[in-house]
Design a protein. Structure first.
Length: 129
């Protein structure tokens, strides 16, 4: 697996389509990492026949947290895109449905962001609302 492959958000669908044409036909998972000053979306692809993996990263600035959907290329992206939207606050553009996986967080920071407040401070915020 290579960890140095970065793609621009505008080229993401094309890059994934090229990888699919090369045999990486299975999107194993999508997730994100919060680095406080920016985020990275991670797309894990698998070539099942050759038993090879590929990781594609997309850097997102905190002022512009959105990605295009890749559901037309990989149906398995559905739940992962919904998870990134709910847990990291990344908007997925072009989705036909906006169904939530768990619940609406009502303006509270997404729980997998480093800015999310845990413990008593979180309970106090919850009780004020």
């Amino acid at each position: 697996m290579r960890f140095d492959r970065y793609e621009d958000r505008a080229n993401l669908a094309d890059a994934l389509e090229q990888m699919k044409a090369k045999g990486f036909s299975y999107l194993e998972k999508i997730t994100a990492v919060d680095y406080k000053d920016h985020m990275e979306a991670l797309y894990f692809l698998v070539d099942i026949e050759k038993n090879e993996n590929e990781l594609i990263k997309v850097r997102l600035e905190n002022s512009s947290l959105w990605l295009p959907t890749v559901m037309e290329l990989f149906k398995s992206a559905d739940w992962y895109e919904r998870e990134m939207a709910e847990m990291f606050g990344i908007t997925i553009r072009g989705r036909k449905t906006e169904r939530l996986l768990l619940e609406k967080w009502d303006g509270i920071d997404p729980p997998l962001r480093k800015s999310f407040v845990w413990g008593q401070e979180y309970r106090n915020r919850e009780q004020k609302g």
